[in-house]
Design a protein around this ligand. Structure first.
Ligand SMILES: Cc1cc2nc3c(=O)[nH]c(=O)nc-3n(C[C@H](O)[C@H](O)[C@H](O)COP(=O)(O)O)c2cc1C
Length: 198
């Protein structure tokens, strides 16, 4: 086995948190967005941005259960996330199994959303083909009227997913063009950390 790179924490989620804090010093306003790659039952890949809502023992994002990304993980419950903190010359990759959050956890997060996003979750059949944006506008207005004066409950077709990393990689641009790559692989007794050629 290769030697563990010096200065890398033993847990990649700690290293992720450290880099995310350093990124926030550059850009404190935008959410933690990452490209999520999934594949369907033929192995056909697709990728799109998502906002990573929070990070605990995995990366949690929320979406419509009828969307393409959700349909993909229903049949092929593995995915990859790629964060690009490009102004700092950094990329973080995470790969692993994806599980659906339980209803209670999805409810708790939905309750923290701005009302406009809660109403959008009710109004948009995400990834369905539509004639024009008025279709969604009209439903949005109808849902707003329906829930007037009440809390908006979470729609059953919307909820969270957690990607639990089995492998993570941290990439750092260097002035001499010999970029650093540090890879973590989950083992039964913790994480194996190796340096990888750029
Ligand atoms: C920066 C950014 C963040 C996004 N965050 C989310 C998100 O958290 N959840 C979501 O469902 N879609 C999000 N989207 C929209 C998705 O990229 C995508 O268009 C949508 O989820 C449908 O994808 P799908 O048909 O592949 O499932 C985001 C888009 C951008 C550009």
């Amino acid at each position: 086995m290769k030697r563990m790179p010096t200065q890398s924490p033993a847990d990649p989620l700690r290293q992720f948190t450290r880099w995310r804090e350093e990124w926030r010093a550059v850009d404190a306003r935008t959410p933690d967005s990452a490209v999520l790659a999934t594949a369907d039952h033929h192995g056909r890949p697709s990728a799109r941005w998502v906002d990573v809502a929070y990070v605990d023992h995995g990366f949690v994002y929320f979406t419509n259960h009828a969307s393409r990304k959700a349909a993909d993980v229903a049949v092929n419950p593995a995915a990859a996330l790629c964060f690009g903190w490009l102004a700092k010359g950094r990329q973080v990759r995470a790969e692993g199994p994806v599980t659906r959050l339980d209803e209670v956890e999805s409810d708790a997060y939905f309750a923290t959303l701005p009302r406009s996003l809660q109403l959008l979750a009710w109004s948009s059949d995400q990834s369905a083909e539509i004639d024009d944006r008025q279709v969604v506008r009209a439903r949005f207005d109808a849902e707003r009227a329906r829930f007037d004066g009440q809390e908006v409950p979470r729609p059953g077709h919307w909820g969270g997913y957690r990607l639990t990393p089995q492998e993570m990689e941290f990439w750092q641009r260097r002035a001499d063009e010999i970029q650093d790559r540090v890879r973590y692989r989950r083992r039964d007794d913790g994480w194996q950390v190796v340096r990888v050629a750029p």
